[in-house]
Design a protein. Structure first.
Length: 252
């Protein structure tokens, strides 16, 4: 079955949950799994999927605030079968960048980026452990280039994304006995609705492009293929790893 960029994976009948899957990278990953035959659900903050604009054909939906234990418990009750969890949901600066250094904003950002994904993964661990997926069930976390580099624009986001890399290692060790592999990707600068708001600002864009050997930004679809690979049987001996997908930005 096809996935992004012509690479072929067969996920027929497999159950996949992608948080924050209503736009951007999350939606691109959802489309790739759906096109590969999977039964895909996404999460978003709004009460109904119909409240979003986009191509959501054959996608299930759960409402979820990443730091809401009630929403997480409802998802766990609503998913009797699950093979793959993609922890994609996140927000770089809830409340706006002007308050990004305020302690309450910092704490809320870490709750959304780090605590929420851990709570959800923990709640779904029992059903993931029952998966008969060849190569094991999988959790894929979304790290970031800010996992590695200081970025004063998003202090809480960077701190939480750095912790995601360590959490990925820890869960990979702990959950291997349950047949669950845990990996992460660290997307580079990717064309999404949020990023397109600054795409015309040369003072922001030019230094990024100058440091990127490939000389361009990523498209959201280019994140999907690596995720599908990491959860496939072809990656059955890969766990605890964070894979940068950044056009070479991180090698400098």
């Amino acid at each position: 079955m096809p996935s992004s960029l012509g690479c072929r994976f067969d996920y027929t009948g497999r159950h996949v949950l992608i948080t924050g899957g209503t736009a951007g990278i999350g939606l691109a990953i959802a489309h790739a799994y759906r096109d590969a035959g999977a039964i895909v659900s996404v999460t978003g903050r709004k009460s109904r999927l119909a409240d979003y604009s986009g191509n959501f054909d054959r996608l299930g939906y759960f409402q979820m605030e990443a730091n809401d234990p009630g929403h997480i418990a409802a998802i766990a009750r609503g998913l009797p079968t699950l093979d793959i969890l993609v922890n994609n949901a996140g927000e770089p600066a809830p409340g706006g960048f002007e308050v990004r250094f305020e302690p309450d904003t910092f704490e809320l950002t870490v709750q959304i980026i780090l605590f929420g994904p851990y709570r959800l993964a923990h709640a779904l661990k029992p059903v993931l452990a029952k998966s008969d997926m060849p190569g094991g069930a999988s959790v894929v976390n979304l790290a970031s280039l800010s996992s590695y580099f200081g970025m004063d624009a998003v202090p809480g986001y960077g701190a939480a994304k750095a912790a995601i890399v360590q959490l990925t290692k820890t869960l990979a060790i702990s959950w291997q006995s349950d047949g669950i592999r845990v990996n992460a990707i660290a997307p580079g600068h990717t064309r999404t609705r949020l990023f397109d708001q600054v795409i015309d600002l040369p003072e922001f864009v030019n230094p990024i492009l100058a440091r990127t050997p490939m000389g361009r930004f990523a498209e959201a679809d280019e994140m999907a293929g690596p995720v599908l690979f990491l959860t496939s049987p072809q990656a059955s001996f890969i766990t605890g790893q964070t894979v940068p997908i950044c056009g070479g930005y991180s090698i400098f």
